[in-house]
Design a binder for this molecule. Structure first.
Ligand code: NDP
Length: 330
């Protein structure tokens, strides 16, 4: 059966908040959508298409991918490419599409990490899979300890120079290497637009240095796994049920869930007192300080996505609420 032609909602920009990405010219939606999980496979599921289109209708202009998202690796980009071709193609200039290279992608010595050889070949592959001429943001997905940073940053700068990326970013880089990446790119005349760190109430590492560097350098930040992969929601209120990420026992284990449940229950109670769900409070929390431009969420249903976007109805915290959260987190 032919799918109905998609026409974007007329009011799609009415409810979303857009925040400037560091000191750059570009703004990102306060909530962005990532396709790491639930978008793989050889066949595009109707639920994937429904989530992406609903996201766009809710004002989510930024979609985050990487070469290896699937499984199998590459299939999330292929599936997103189908949605672009079939539905969102007309809206290309309203979209910020990112991809990354860094993790294991193809066999042999040129299939991962940060060499110029790998980075630029990977970007070409990503563009082919998505059917795009350029991505908006191209990331180095992780620091390569064996390749000179100059070479990896040189590959990012080259991607900008040849028009295959409009902006570049880094992900999972520690503070010192972040500052050095900014300096090296600056020498090449390219702004390091954004850092993508893992950041949530349960993962505070960026506060130890990275966020300070971003503030100082005028870089933006997009916090990945702000819901701690679903832990900071009501997903596990009745234990680890079939169909959840923890039940798959890949990136999230049932032990992780059990170890956190007392904190989750206390946080959920606080969220209710604020008039929102725990997922909504977790998103508002990563956005509480202007250094984080956008919360990069995942979802396995349209209903989750809708609930998450409704976090925007209450972003502010009282000092008392922030203290109560710190006490719960210990
Ligand atoms: P989240 O922390 O937002 O976790 C998303 C998961 O939480 C969903 O798949 C769903 O789990 C559950 N969930 C989401 N909303 C709700 C809700 N309202 N109620 C109940 N459960 C909910 O982020 P992800 O870990 O998915 O990461 C987001 C994105 O960040 C990725 O897609 C990717 O783009 C990026 N990322 C980047 C990395 C990097 O190294 N740069 C690494 C990891 C992620 P379920 O599927 O069980 O329903």
């Amino acid at each position: 059966m032919a799918m109905a032609e998609y026409v974007a909602a007329a009011g799609r920009y009415d409810g979303m908040v857009y925040r400037r990405c560091g000191a750059s010219g570009v703004k990102l939606p306060a909530i962005s959508f990532g396709l790491w999980q639930n978008f793989g496979g050889a066949e595009l599921q109707e639920s994937c298409r429904a989530m992406v289109l609903r996201a766009f209708d809710l004002g989510i202009t930024h979609f985050d991918l990487a070469n290896n998202y699937g499984p199998p690796p590459g299939s999330a980009e292929t599936n997103f490419g189908r949605i672009l071709r079939g539905d969102l193609g007309h809206y290309r200039d309203e979209l910020v599409v990112s991809t990354k290279a860094g993790y294991d992608m193809w066999p042999g010595p040129y299939g991962e990490w940060g060499s110029r050889k790998y980075m630029l070949a990977s970007l070409d592959q990503s563009l082919r899979r998505m059917g795009l001429e350029y991505v908006d943001i191209f990331y180095s997905h992780r620091l390569d300890p064996e390749t000179p940073l100059e070479e990896t940053m040189g590959a990012l700068a080259q991607a900008v120079r040849v028009g295959k990326a409009l902006y570049v970013g880094i992900s999972n880089y520690p503070a010192a290497e972040t500052a050095e990446a900014v300096r090296l790119l600056g020498e090449m005349g390219v702004r390091c637009l954004i850092h993508q760190p893992k950041y949530s109430m349960f993962v505070r590492t960026p506060e130890e240095g990275v966020l300070g560097v971003l503030r100082e350098k005028g870089m933006g930040a997009i916090a990945f796994s702000p819901l701690a992969q679903g832990l900071l929601t009501d997903r596990y209120a009745t234990g680890v049920q079939a169909g959840t990420r923890a039940a798959r026992m890949e990136s999230l284990k049932s032990e992780d869930v059990e170890g956190r449940m007392a904190q989750v229950r206390a946080l959920a109670k606080l969220a209710v007192e604020r008039g929102q769900t725990l997922a909504q409070m977790a998103i508002a929390w990563v956005l509480r300080d202007g250094v984080v431009t956008s919360a990069l969420v995942g979802a396995s249903s349209v209903a989750q996505l809708e609930q998450n976007v409704a976090a925007l109805e209450k972003l502010e915290f009282t000092a008392g609420e922030l203290t109560a959260i710190e006490q719960i987190l210990g």
